[in-house]
Design a protein around this ligand. Structure first.
Ligand code: BGC
Length: 729
C-alpha cells in the first residue's frame, strides 16, 4: 500500500450529505473506504444498541428495510439472563449481515454513574460485572453471524452534557474496578472486533488520543486483538490519534488523511505506526461479509426476531410492588387504561440508539391482542386527546434534525386531566385501573431532576391520587406501568397504588410484552440492575454531575470514587426506594443450603452453591445474586460487590435447582493503584447469596490465608489533579 492508501484506510467514510459519496446501505453511518487497486472492498458500519439503525425506505424503491427494535440495554440487563441476551445478539447480528452491514456500532456499556445521563438507556447497569457479562453475551451473539460488534464508548463517557469537551477526572482504582471493568470482561470473554473510543477527555487527554487507554491498557494489559475507531467527529488531532492506537478516525475527512500523509512524510509520524493501525483494520476487513462478497438478502426473518424481542422484553420487566395480588390481571375483569403512554408507548430512546422499526405495539393493542376487556370509551377519549394535541404545531411529530435515519422528534404532550366525576364513572364501569406513565431521553442531552423528567408532573401525581382514591373506595385495585428508560422518582406516590411494573422501553413488541407480564402469561423475573433512589440527592454523584463550572462544565471529578450505585447505598446506609437486584415474582422462592467449596479456604478458586426452590403455586424463574464482603486491609472495600449471578430455569411449583458459581482470584481482587496490582487481601470473606442486594438469603465465609498479587498491570491513566475522594474512613 502507498502511504496515501494507508492514510485513506485509517480514515473512514461518513454520512450522506458530507463530502463523501452516499453509502450503498442507506442509513449506515460510516465504514471503511474501498481501495480498488488492491481489491479491498468498502465495509459498512451502522448503529446501534437496541437494533440495527438504517433507513427504512430508499428513494425510488417500494421495498422497506425495517429492522427489529429490541428492548433497550437497561432492560436487557434486568433479565439477569445472559442466554436471553445472547439470543438478542444473534438476531441483531443476523439483521446486520442480511442488510449488508459489516460492523454493528454496539453494544454500549458505559456505567449508570448518575441516573440523569441521557444515554443511560443504551447502557446496562451501575455495576461492571453485570455490564461486562451482558456485553460479552451480546457480542458473542452478534459475532456468531460473522459480522463485527463494537464496544463503546471507551471510556468513562457517563454524561451527555458537553460530551465532546468534558474532562473526566477519575482515580485509577475507580477506573479499573468500575469504568474499565465491563470493557475488560467483554474483551476477554467475547473478543469484540471493534472498540469505539469516546468523545470525552480522560484524566486530561481526549480518549481517542489517549495512548495509555487505547494501547497500554487495552492491548497491553488486556491483550485486545481487534481495532479501535473514534466516536463520530471525536478528537482534535489525527496524528495523535494514530499514535495513540486509535486505528481509524470516524467518519473522518480527506483533511485528516492529508495530515497523516504529511506527518509520515515530514517524519512526525513513524510509518510503522500507520502500518500497525492499517493491519488492525485489515484483520477484520478480510473476515468481513463485504470482503467475502456475501450476497445479503435484504430480507431477515423479522417475525422470528420479533419473538426474540418480545421474550427478552418480558423477561426484563421488573415488578416493584404487587400488594393484594392486584396482578396478574384476570381475564373476566374489565380494565380501564389511563395515561397517554397506553397509546404512545415508548419503544426506546432517541438519537443513534433509536431503531427504525416497522411498528411499536402499544399497551392498548397488546392487551387487545391478549383478548382482554378494555374500557373502549376511555381509550377513544385518549385517542382524541392525543390526535388533537399532535395536530398543534407545538406537539407535531417531526423528523430528527440529525436526519430521518435518526428516528423522530416526539414532543412531550401533557398528561390528560380527568376530573373526579369522570374518574368515578369509569371506575364504576371497570374492575381495575392501570395507569401507564412514559418517559423518553436520548443522545446529546442529559435528563433533569425536574417535573416531567425524573419527577412526576403535577398532572401525573393527581392522576395517581384521584384514580387510586376512586378505585380503592370501591374496593378495586390500581396498577402503574412505568414505560421508562431509567429511574423516575417513586417514593412520593408508590404507597397510593397496589402494583408497579417497570416495563422499561421494551422495543417494538412493547405492548405485547407488557400484556404478557400484566396478564401472567409470563411470570415477571426481571430485577433492577440500577438503583431507584428515594430522591435524586441520594445519588452519590448528585453533587458533581455534570461537572464544573455549573453553567458550562469543562471538568467532572468523580469524587464518589468507587462508591457508585449500590456500593454507595450499602456502605453508607442510604436506603434506596428499590435497591439494586430487586424484583418480585407472582410466585415465591426459597433459598437453601448456601455454602462454599474447599471447606471455606480459598485456593485459586472457590465455588458458591445455593439451592433455589419455587415455593409458590405457579412456575417462574429467579435471578440469583452472589455478593462478597471483602475485609478492609490496605484498601477499603465497599460493603458488598456483585461477583456473580445466574438465573434458574423456569421452575414449576415445588421444583428446585442447584446453582453453582465459580469465583477466581481476579473476581475477588481490588485494584491497588500504588503498586499497579490487582490484589486479594488476606482475611475472612463473606459470600452473600441474595434475591437482591438487600435481601440476602444466606451467607458463607471463606478465608484467604495471605495476600495474593493476582496481576501486575501498567501504571496508566493517573489523574492530573488531586481528587477529594469519598471514603468510609
Ligand atoms: C454516537 C455513537 C454512534 C455514532 C454514529 C455518535 O454520536 O455517540 O454512539 O455510534 O454517533 O451514529
Amino acid at each position: 500500500m502507498t502511504v496515501e492508501e494507508k492514510a485513506k484506510l485509517v480514515v473512514g467514510v461518513g454520512m450522506p450529505g458530507m463530502t463523501i459519496p452516499k453509502l450503498s446501505v442507506a442509513g449506515a453511518v460510516g465504514g471503511t473506504p474501498a481501495i480498488e487497486r488492491l481489491g479491498i472492498p468498502a465495509m459498512f458500519y451502522a448503529d446501534g444498541p437496541a437494533g440495527l439503525r438504517i433507513s427504512p425506505t430508499r428513494p425510488g424503491e417500494t421495498k422497506t428495510y425495517y429492522s427489529t427494535a429490541f428492548p433497550i440495554a437497561t432492560s436487557l440487563a434486568s433479565t439477569w439472563d445472559t442466554s436471553v441476551v445472547n439470543k438478542v445478539g444473534q438476531a441483531q447480528g443476523n439483521e446486520v449481515k442480511e442488510y449488508g452491514v459489516d460492523v454493528l456500532l454496539a453494544p454500549a456499556l458505559n456505567l449508570h454513574r448518575n441516573l440523569l445521563n441521557g444515554r443511560n438507556f443504551e447502557y446496562f447497569s451501575e455495576d461492571p460485572v453485570i455490564t461486562g457479562k451482558m456485553t460479552a453475551a451480546l457480542v458473542n451473539g452478534v459475532q456468531s453471524n460473522g459480522v463485527g460488534a463494537t464496544v463503546k464508548h471507551f471510556a468513562a463517557n457517563n454524561q451527555e452534557t458537553n460530551r465532546f469537551t468534558i474532562d473526566t477526572i477519575v482515580s485509577e482504582r475507580a477506573l479499573r474496578e468500575l469504568y474499565l471493568k465491563g470493557f475488560e470482561i467483554a474483551v476477554k470473554e467475547s473478543n469484540p472486533k471493534a472498540v469505539m473510543s469516546s468523545y470525552n477527555l480522560l484524566n486530561g487527554t481526549p480518549a481517542s488520543q489517549n495512548e495509555e487507554l487505547l494501547t497500554t491498557v487495552l492491548r497491553g494489559d488486556w491483550g485486545y486483538k481487534g481495532y479501535v475507531m473514534t466516536d463520530w467527529f471525536a478528537g482534535t488531532d489525527p496524528v495523535a490519534q494514530m499514535k495513540a492506537g486509535n486505528d481509524q478516525i470516524m467518519p473522518g475527512s480527506p483533511q485528516s488523511s492529508d495530515k497523516i500523509v504529511d506527518a509520515v512524510k515530514n517524519g512526525k509520524l513513524d510509518e510503522a505506526i500507520l502500518d500497525r493501525n492499517v493491519k488492525n483494520i485489515l484483520n477484520f476487513v478480510v473476515e468481513s461479509p463485504s470482503f467475502k462478497n456475501y450476497a445479503h438478502s435484504d430480507n431477515p426473518d423479522l417475525d422470528a426476531h420479533a419473538k426474540v424481542a418480545r421474550q427478552a422484553a418480558a423477561d426484563g420487566m421488573v415488578l416493584l410492588k404487587n400488594d393484594y395480588k392486584a396482578l396478574p390481571l384476570k381475564k373476566e375483569n374489565k380494565i380501564a387504561l389511563f395515561g397517554t403512554a397506553q397509546i404512545e408507548t415508548v419503544k426506546g430512546g432517541t438519537g443513534s440508539g433509536d431503531v427504525n422499526a416497522a411498528y411499536t405495539v402499544s399497551v392498548v393493542d397488546g392487551l387487545k391482542h391478549g383478548g382482554y376487556k378494555l374500557h373502549d370509551e376511555l381509550i377513544s377519549e385518549y385517542n382524541d386527546y392525543i390526535s388533537e394535541l399532535r395536530a398543534m404545531d407545538e406537539y407535531k411529530i417531526k423528523p430528527s434534525p440529525w436526519g430521518e435515519d435518526f428516528g423522530k422528534v416526539i414532543p412531550v404532550i401533557p398528561e390528560k386531566v380527568l376530573n373526579t366525576e369522570h374518574i368515578e364513572k369509569i371506575q364504576n364501569e371497570s374492575d381495575i385501573g392501570v395507569i401507564v406513565i412514559g418517559r423518553n431521553s436520548g443522545e446529546g442531552v442529559d435528563r433533569q431532576n425536574v417535573k416531567g423528567d425524573y419527577l412526576l408532573t403535577d398532572a401525573e401525581q393527581e392522576m395517581i391520587e384521584n384514580i387510586s382514591k376512586a378505585y380503592h373506595e370501591a374496593g378495586k385495585k390500581v396498577a402503574v406501568v412505568l414505560n421508562i428508560g431509567g429511574p423516575v422518582e417513586v417514593a412520593s406516590w408508590r404507597d397510593k397504588v397496589d402494583s408497579i411494573l417497570v416495563a422499561w422501553q421494551p422495543g417494538q413488541e412493547a405492548g405485547d410484552a407488557i400484556a404478557d407480564v400484566l396478564t401472567g402469561a409470563v411470570n415477571p423475573s426481571g430485577k433492577l440492575a440500577t438503583t431507584f433512589p428515594v430522591q435524586y440527592s441520594d445519588v452519590p454523584s448528585a453533587e458533581n454531575f455534570p461537572g464544573t463550572p455549573e453553567e458550562n462544565p469543562t471538568q467532572v471529578v468523580y469524587e464518589e470514587d468507587i462508591y457508585v450505585g449500590y456500593r454507595y447505598h450499602s456502605t453508607f446506609n442510604v436506603k434506596p426506594a428499590y435497591e439494586f437486584g430487586y424484583g418480585l415474582s407472582y410466585t415465591s422462592f426459597d433459598y437453601s443450603n448456601i455454602r462454599v467449596s474447599n471447606g471455606g479456604t480459598f485456593k485459586d478458586e472457590i465455588t458458591v452453591f445455593t439451592n433455589v426452590k419455587n415455593t409458590g403455586a405457579i412456575s417462574g424463574k429467579e435471578a440469583v445474586q452472589v455478593y462478597v464482603t471483602a475485609p478492609d486491609g490496605k484498601l477499603e472495600k465497599p460493603e458488598i460487590e456483585l461477583k456473580a449471578f445466574g438465573k434458574t430455569k423456569e421452575l414449576n411449583a415445588n421444583q428446585s435447582q442447584l446453582l453453582k458459581f465459580d469465583l477466581n482470584a481476579k473476581d475477588l481482587a481490588s485494584y491497588d493503584e500504588e503498586n499497579d496490582q490487582w490484589i486479594v487481601e488476606k482475611g475472612t470473606y463473606t459470600v452473600k447469596v441474595g434475591a437482591s442486594s438487600e435481601n440476602i438469603k444466606g451467607t458463607a465465609t471463606f478465608k484467604v490465608a495471605k495476600d495474593i498479587v493476582v496481576e501486575e498491570v501498567s501504571n496508566s491513566l493517573e489523574p492530573q489533579v488531586e481528587i477529594n475522594k469519598l471514603t468510609k474512613n
